[in-house]
Design a protein around this ligand. Sequence first.
Ligand SMILES: Cc1cc2nc3c(=O)[nH]c(=O)nc-3n(C[C@H](O)[C@H](O)[C@H](O)COP(=O)(O)OP(=O)(O)OC[C@H]3O[C@@H](n4cnc5c(N)ncnc54)[C@H](O)[C@@H]3O)c2cc1C
Length: 433
Amino acid sequence: MVTPKITHTRTLILGGGITGLATAYALEELGCRDYLLLEAKDHLGGLCATTYVNGYHFDYGGHLLHLHSQLGKTLVKKLLGKNLAQHTRHAWVYSNGMHVPYPFQTNLWALHPELRALCVEELKQLQNMPAAPEHFEDWCIRSFGYALYEAFFRPYNEKLWGRPLRELTCEWCGPFVPAPQRGEMLQSATQKPAAPQGYNATFYYPRHGGCGALVEALAAHVKNTRTNAPVTRLNLAAKTAWINDRETVTFEQLVSTIPLPQLVNLLQGHDELKRAALQLEAQPITVYHLAIAREVPHFSWIYFPDAAQPFYRVGMQNSFDPGSVPEKDTSLFYIELPGLPPHTPETEEKIWNGLHQKGLVDSDDVKLFSAWQTLPYAYVIFNQARSQVVPALLAALEKENCFCVGRYGRWEYSFIDKSLTQAWDLAGKLTTL
Ligand SMILES: Cc1cc2nc3c(=O)[nH]c(=O)nc-3n(C[C@H](O)[C@H](O)[C@H](O)COP(=O)(O)OP(=O)(O)OC[C@H]3O[C@@H](n4cnc5c(N)ncnc54)[C@H](O)[C@@H]3O)c2cc1C
């Protein structure tokens, strides 16, 4: 009989995405070398990895660097050095035949005159927001008025989230849905804003290597990693993890960056936590990457609220990443579809027709390349249960020295910048325990 291999580490990190890697890097920087990072896949990076196929490369949808924290900025600049460029967003919304710069709500000048007049009228009558809006629909209507809600916020968000907006809370909106002052929105009816607005008005991106360049730069500082090492079972009382149900690792502290419901399902016992986690939901998405033999005028990304198109957002990878295509005179689009449509020629045709209808491809354009990606957990659903269940789960896990970080670890809506700050904060805390 083969004796199972047993390893011991002080800090076990689950998941080798950007959050797990950043936690390991922060521990290294703090002089704590007694950690082990386990990644289920055969490569590191999680959703921040970049995929290379036939001379093209692409991310899991566009993964742009929105660096708002000082730590995020300093760290990414240190890691990428000269391999980092800053870009200005060129994004808009295609809606009901209109072509409105993003954010929609501060570009009322671009609306059809009748719709603009209606939006202005409603904005003038807006009441102050109640302390706690009931749900996302309520928040949108009270922030922007009914006409703007119907023109953009409802159709776009229902398409993305796949449910009525009354089923979502507005806890996630924070910086992600710009809610400018009413005066600013009204002014935009007659005057174009002087500069692009919102949390992503400018963004950073590696000059070479896609978002994966950041993963590689981080990984270069992180020694104790194992890929092809899925954790399949966990016993928090015995502080033991099983890799592939065969090998065991004992630990003192556990850091989890894997999706919170998945983590809870790995636990031995803890039936009450498992029952609670059943209430957590995610919206999966599918990304279709398409290259055509023509360089269309550059844009960063475009939102598509209309139900007629199967996609909700299309980005142009080579607009901010020229090396993502092997030849000039090429456009590489990442096309994001809600849910899990089948990867079939019929879906491809619907996508092509949608792009054609919106003028992004011509009938005589030649398709050079395409690839599919599926993101089963892409967007955490902020349902009513989440606001109770997530804090309760995180608190219960922390009592057992299990700390969750990252967008999926904490089951939230957040970006790379927050992964980095959370990882740093947690590493500091772990060294004091
Ligand atoms: C469509 C889309 C677009 C986005 N665009 C941006 C953007 O432009 N800018 C931005 O800053 N952020 C963006 N984000 C958010 C960003 O992807 C996340 O914040 C970030 O990638 C989270 O990293 P993570 O390491 O926490 O999780 P993940 O990347 O999900 O990594 C978790 C890792 O855990 C591994 N794992 C899972 N289960 C196990 C197991 N049992 N054992 C071992 N390993 C396991 C997985 O394989 C994975 O590698 C976007 C997200 C989506 C969905």
